[in-house]
Design a protein around this ligand. Structure first.
Ligand code: FAD
Length: 410
């Protein structure tokens, strides 16, 4: 069998893989990306956070993304039982970009991957990783190419950016249970035909089910008059809506009064999707031979649209450590990659758990917030979950609990 070599092999050309590849290439490191699909390909995860624009900028891809015609996004709006609250991300506490985009991921991921190639990265599409050996001095990947022929790739280091494919967690038995209960989402792309002047297309709209506050809807507008529309709940909840998913989506839309009004003329021309059991974790995020990026590591929950931001942040952090290791320095992957990455992931974890417990909903729907505190919460919603100058990042659990108590009592 043919044996090839590279310094860094990246599994997957989604956001984490493309950003990592461009950053390594900028540092003059030899990198090869192996992607099992052909782009463009569908992916869930369409609402970005401003913080990820900083990673896109670092990877030299800002012009490509800015010029791709995606829907501008400047915030998030929340709707529960007639109460409407919006966060403008430019009011955030942390420094950094305050706006971003809502994107059809097929197009967005192709923009990133194409730009990585323009910068000099090689991406091999329809090359699938089937097995791995990390016991030898240098890790070895067993790959099947587009003709179905096998070959081996030896690398100094592997970055697993395979998303929900979770290649190394599966092959190396790194999977561990998520802290969150299994939930599922049904979703589709609709022609929204929204003509309500009160509807703000520059924000994602998160609506809470009137009777089940742990069930929520996303409405993510795109720049072409369509929206991504989805509902998230526990499997028991969806069991009440058997049969056709489009019928279930329409019925659920009609159960929330403002969505019923907004989507009264919507058309549902596309097949719905369903994804469940997506929350996942691992026993380790990195060793001196591999690191897990983005969803190949831990995935929490979609409610705050944090997935792509975490994926890109993990790419930046891993590349910083990896470039030092490749130049001969000893890297402590636990303290220099895993713990710094988990700092922000744990901030989001606290907010996700607070959302489903109801404490964060008490904070979000509080009618008279202190603008400074709202700005600090807004920073986290904008993705700046690693900024420890923000007291709500520095001590997320204690601060959120205290704030929620104050909001619930007044
Ligand atoms: P991916 O984007 O999944 O890319 C992985 C790539 O690896 C794919 O192209 C795949 O083909 C390739 N691959 C897989 N296996 C192999 C293999 N064996 N060999 C070679 N290549 C392989 N995030 C947000 O930021 N905003 C949102 O609004 C949002 N909404 C979401 C809604 C739901 C219901 C869910 C479940 C998630 C949502 N997410 C959202 C999360 C988001 O989808 C992910 O966090 C993000 O796509 C992760 O990027 P990635 O680069 O890690 O992986």
């Amino acid at each position: 069998m043919e044996l090839e070599t590279t310094q860094v092999a990246i599994i997957g050309a989604g956001p984490s893989g493309a950003i990592a590849a461009a950053l390594l290439n900028q540092k003059g490191i030899d990198v090869l990306v192996l992607e099992k699909a052909i782009f463009p390909r569908f992916s869930i995860g369409e609402s970005l956070l401003p913080a990820c624009m900083e990673s896109i900028r670092a990877a030299g891809m800002l012009d490509a993304v800015n010029n791709a015609g995606f829907q501008f996004k400047n915030g998030a709006a929340f709707n529960r039982e007639g109460c409407y609250i919006s966060f403008d991300f430019t009011d955030k506490f942390s420094p950094g970009m305050g706006t971003t985009f809502q994107v059809q991921r097929a197009a967005f991921d192709k923009v990133l991957a194409d730009d990585a190639e323009r910068q000099g990265v090689t991406i091999r599409y329809q090359h699938e990783i089937e097995a791995v050996d990390v016991n030898a001095d240098k890790p070895l990947l067993f790959v099947k190419n587009e003709q179905g022929e096998p070959y081996q790739l030896q690398a100094d280091f592997i970055l697993d950016a395979s998303g929900f494919g979770r290649v190394l967690p599966r092959l190396l038995e790194l999977e561990s249970p998520s802290c969150l209960p299994p939930r599922q989402a049904i979703f589709t792309h609709i022609v929204d035909k929204i003509d309500d002047a009160a509807y703000d297309r520059d924000k994602i709209l998160i609506s809470v089910h009137p009777e089940n506050h742990d069930v929520w809807y996303w409405l993510i507008p795109f720049s072409n008059g369509t929206c991504s529309f989805g509902i998230v709940g526990e499997p028991d909840f969806f069991a009440r809506y058997p049969g056709d998913h489009i019928a279930a989506i329409k019925q659920l839309a009609n159960e929330e009064p403002w969505l019923e009004k907004l989507l009264a003329n919507a058309e549902y021309p596309n097949q719905p999707g369903m994804i469940g059991g997506y929350s996942a974790n691992v026993s380790t995020l990195a060793t001196d031979k591999f690191a897990l990026l983005g969803n190949a590591g831990e995935f929490l929950d979609p409610v705050f649209s944090s997935g792509v931001t975490i994926a890109m942040k993990s790419a930046e952090l891993a590349v910083n450590s990896l470039s030092r290791q490749l130049s001969g320095e000893k890297v402590d992957w636990l303290n220099e990659y895993e713990k710094p990455l988990l700092r922000g992931v744990d901030t989001f974890r606290c907010y996700v758990e607070g959302w489903y417990k109801g404490t964060l909903q008490d904070v979000i729907f509080y009618p008279n917030p202190d603008p400074k505190i709202k700005g600090m919460v807004c920073s986290i919603l904008a993705g700046y979950a690693w900024d420890t100058d923000n007291p709500y990042v520095d001590e997320p659990v204690r601060r959120l609990d205290t704030l929620a108590k104050i909001c619930a009592e007044t």
